[in-house]
Design a protein. Structure first.
Length: 504
């Protein structure tokens, strides 16, 4: 069977209803639980075995899904610049929507800080893309903390925040990112598990994988064979039109037009990074069990945003297609129904109020997110009937039921997709006259969201930019974080002696 067809098939299953439904009437048992929050970087919702992907190996995260609940339609609201992960993390941590927080968290009430105010011991490790000050305000302790957006996985500049000390240490470069962050979390949990702790813990582990550089640890290179890795069902060599900066850093990680071979290689390395994360998550969960902490711990697995990595001719997350805006979200523990899934439309910033309610904490004022507890308990099917996503001032999208509408205000261009019949967003129904009424309905809904969330973009400009672009003028320039493995593999056509590497 054709590998592209197989990829299309499992993606179709994922988009509509990715996991089996629970038939149990089990309810969440509220109480003060430990919280282990695992947060991946640039992970597509379909890059998990439990999401129906038959190619990737993620047995530990799959196990987490089987012992809890998976949300099939969780979205990042978007971002006001290309580094989507910064506003995504700010929204997650504050429970606020994009235009109420952007990516600035200094002085803001964050989830770990709020839990600390209610008696939790808080610890953070891994990526923090919102400045050192906000990390210091948010956590009581931290180890192997990376302040920034991306780095070489093999040389992570790590800092520490000791208990009772207000400032992070100076950065020291250490070994592989995934191992550094899991080992720091293991040390924290081991110390906590020695006993004598009356307070529950909140442990936040933020990976820098599978964000590029696409350079897995040596023993994960080749775990997925390039020529055996299927292409996305919506693979294209080029995106069919220009809608923003087509030469943004994420898009320079492969030449134009994209070839099947380089996308297969990219996905193979990407999957290797994910499987490494999965293996180390297994180690951490084993430790929880060894220390007798597992049964009283809520475990959350999610990611900041998705990634194109060949879909629609794109590589990055700076777009409004499902592969880039929809993310994994799994929650386990607290008697949450096992082997269950929900199709409710959710945002990452719903997690803060959800964890508050499960742990019997009042939801703070000013939180925009909605608690999902009634959805988890089967008392409600939804917390909203549509969802709104944005990128800079160039793209807006709204989804309701099976319908997805994308508007490019500066280009006077729209797309309409039926996600039930076309989950990979291939067939633009906006080109067909019979969908004129549906377009009007979705455009009205988009405008209602625009007003409701205090969006600041101009969505009805007086002048328009062209859709056409010349891909031969796009330049592939590596950034300073790409190791030799990546340069040799993905920048073969670039004379590196004549190129100044970009900073990111």
């Amino acid at each position: 069977m054709n590998k592209i067809f197989l990829f299309l098939l499992f993606a179709s299953l994922l988009t509509v209803s990715c996991v089996r439904k629970s038939t149990t009437d089990t309810k969440v048992k509220k109480g003060k639980y430990n919280v282990l929050f695992l947060f991946a970087d640039d992970q597509r919702a379909d890059a998990l075995g439990c999401a129906g992907n038959p190619y990737i190996k993620t047995p530990n995260i799959d196990k987490l899904a089987s012992t809890g609940m998976q949300f099939a339609n969780t979205y990042v609201m978007g971002g006001h610049h290309g580094a989507i992960c910064a506003p995504s993390r700010a929204m997650l941590m504050t429970g606020k929507s994009l235009f109420h927080v952007y990516d600035k968290m200094d002085g803001k009430l964050t989830m770990p800080k709020y839990f600390a105010q209610h008696g939790y011991d808080t610890f953070g490790t891994g990526k923090w893309h919102n400045g050192a000050n906000s990390f210091e305000e948010t956590f009581q302790r931290g180890e192997n903390v990376f302040i920034g957006g991306m780095c070489d996985h093999f040389n992570v500049p790590c800092r520490s925040l000791k208990k009772g000390v207000e400032k992070l240490t100076k950065p020291v470069k250490k070994g592989f990112s995934t191992d550094l962050f899991i080992d720091a979390a293991k040390d924290f949990i081991s110390e906590y598990g020695e006993g004598g702790n009356e307070n529950p813990f909140f442990c936040y582990v933020a990976f820098t994988a599978p964000h590029d550089p696409r350079s897995p640890r040596e023993d994960y290179i080749g775990m997925y064979k390039d020529d055996e890795t299927p292409l996305p069902g919506n693979f294209k060599g080029l995106h069919p039109f220009e809608f923003d900066n087509m030469n943004i850093r994420d898009e320079t990680l492969a030449p134009w037009p994209r070839t099947p071979e380089i996308i297969q290689a990219s996905i193979a390395d990407y999957y290797g990074l994910v499987s490494h994360v999965d293996d180390r998550i297994g180690d951490l969960i084993d430790l929880l069990k060894q220390k007798g902490l597992y049964d009283n711990t809520i475990i959350v697995y999610a990611a900041d945003n998705g990634l194109a990595i060949g879909s629609h001719g794109l590589l990055g997350k700076q777009n409004m297609y499902e592969h880039s805006t929809r993310v994994p979200f799994i929650i386990s523990g607290a008697n949450i129904p096992e082997m269950s899934s929900k199709d409710a439309l959710t945002y990452l910033y719903d997690i803060f109020p959800t964890l508050c309610e499960i742990n019997e904490l009042p939801i703070p004022e000013g939180v925009d997110g909605e608690s999902l507890l009634n959805v988890i308990n089967g008392e409600s099917n939804a917390v909203r009937n549509s969802i709104y996503t944005v990128y800079r001032n160039t793209v807006r999208a709204v989804r309701k039921d099976d319908w997805k509408y994308i508007k490019y205000p500066q280009r006077n261009h729209i797309q309409l997709f039926n996600l039930k019949s076309d989950p990979l967003e291939i067939n633009n129904l906006a080109e067909l006259a019979e969908y004129k009424e549906k377009i009007s309905e979705m455009d009205l809904l988009l405008n209602e969201w625009y007003e409701a969330v205090d969006d600041t973009a101009t969505i009805n400009p007086d002048k328009f930019l062209p859709l056409e672009y010349d891909h031969t003028k796009l330049k592939q320039t590596p950034d300073v974080h790409q190791p030799q493995y990546v340069l040799d593999r993905y920048f073969k056509g670039v004379d590196l002696s004549k190129v100044k590497k970009s900073k990111h």
